[in-house]
Design a protein. Structure first.
Length: 343
């Protein structure tokens, strides 16, 4: 009887151990912070990855830390976040000053910008080719998201191409994110804007209170923007060395998110994402924008696209010389072609 009892106890202990093994919680995902713009379509792939739990699917738990203008870059560079999703222009500028950061994966391959003016503004040169048509901007108040933001850099670059002095011939006014920019146009606080989506789609197509001077995201404006590495996710070199699997998880999540955005059958999922991350946006405007411009979303930063960023910043006198592709890009992690797996 004692032998039977011992065997029963041994069996029970073995069963308990087996149950514990199979019921043990899965290994915790590595948690990181990512600085990012709020309610801005340039970061839509990150919103998609977060909302559809693609980060978790690929092995990382991402907490989003929001900012406007240059803030997401500053949050990342200061070390308050392990990664940052912001304009590649900011990354190139910081890299040119000797700061260590690496572009891990791209989000947008064209700037989601349009230079627009209120319908009440006379534009007698509207039919002239770019940049001659921009002479009509002289004397106007032009809205940008913030000082040093890509909207600011692009505006100054384009004004100079038109022979205008951005510090004397116009008044450049920081007006904040797309929501406040839209309000500034509606209330005529500004005459024109270097608009970030969904502002231009809302005011030009939906509200019909503004007209387009240069549709950069549609292929217009300066040739330097085509192609252009516009917005991407950055990390530090030390992060790549210490957390390579987490870095690859971020890349794979953004690759999948871009594929979702480019799949017309996933529009309902994208509308759910917009409802959660693009607060206050008109669903019809969101749908119109994604239908027209979804192909601008892609994970690959080409050499030409990165070189064009440096060329624009050199011409704008933001940096003295171009930043080499290999200095900026995490070449071992950047996908070689759209949709290619990283492992």
């Amino acid at each position: 009887m004692r032998g039977l009892t011992r065997r029963a106890l041994s069996f029970a202990a073995a069963c308990a151990m087996t149950t514990a093994l199979f019921s043990a919680p899965a290994m915790a995902l590595e948690q990181i912070k990512m600085s990012i713009f709020q309610s801005n379509f340039c970061c839509f792939p990150v919103y998609v990855a977060e909302h559809l739990k693609l980060f978790e699917k690929h092995g990382v738990d991402v907490e989003l830390v929001y900012g406007t203008g240059i803030q997401p870059a500053n949050i990342f560079v200061s070390g308050s976040a392990e990664s940052g999703a912001f304009a590649v222009e900011h990354g190139v500028t910081v890299s040119s000053k000797g700061q260590d950061l690496k572009l891990l994966v791209l989000e947008q391959q064209l700037p989601p910008l349009s230079l627009i003016v209120h319908n009440d503004v006379p534009t007698p040169n509207a039919d002239k080719p770019y940049p001659q048509n921009l002479i009509d901007l002289k004397g106007l108040k032009i809205g940008i998201s913030g000082r040093g933001a890509s909207t600011d850099t692009a505006t100054r670059f384009m004004l100079r191409e038109a022979g205008l002095d951005p510090d004397k011939d116009v008044t450049i006014m920081p007006v904040g994110d797309p929501g406040t920019m839209l309000a500034s146009l509606k209330n005529k606080v500004i005459d024109a804007a270097m608009a970030v989506e969904p502002t231009q789609t809302a005011v030009v197509l939906a509200l019909k209170i503004a007209k387009t001077m240069a549709d950069i995201e549609g292929g217009g404006g300066p040739s330097v923007f085509h192609p252009y590495a516009y917005n991407g996710v950055f990390v530090h070199s030390a992060f790549l060395k210490d957390h390579p699997d987490t870095a690859r998880a971020i890349v794979d999540a953004i690759i999948e998110a871009c594929a979702v955005i480019n799949d017309p059958s996933r529009m309902n999922d994208l509308m759910d994402v917009a409802a959660n991350y693009m607060k206050g946006s008109d669903p019809d405007v969101v749908k119109a924008y994604l239908t027209k411009y979804r192909s601008n979303y892609g994970p690959v930063a080409t050499r030409k696209g990165v070189d064009n960023v440096s060329a624009m910043l050199v011409a704008a006198k933001t940096i003295e010389k171009a930043v080499p592709y290999e200095q900026l890009v995490a070449t071992d992690f950047m996908p070689p072609e759209a949709g290619a797996p990283t492992r």
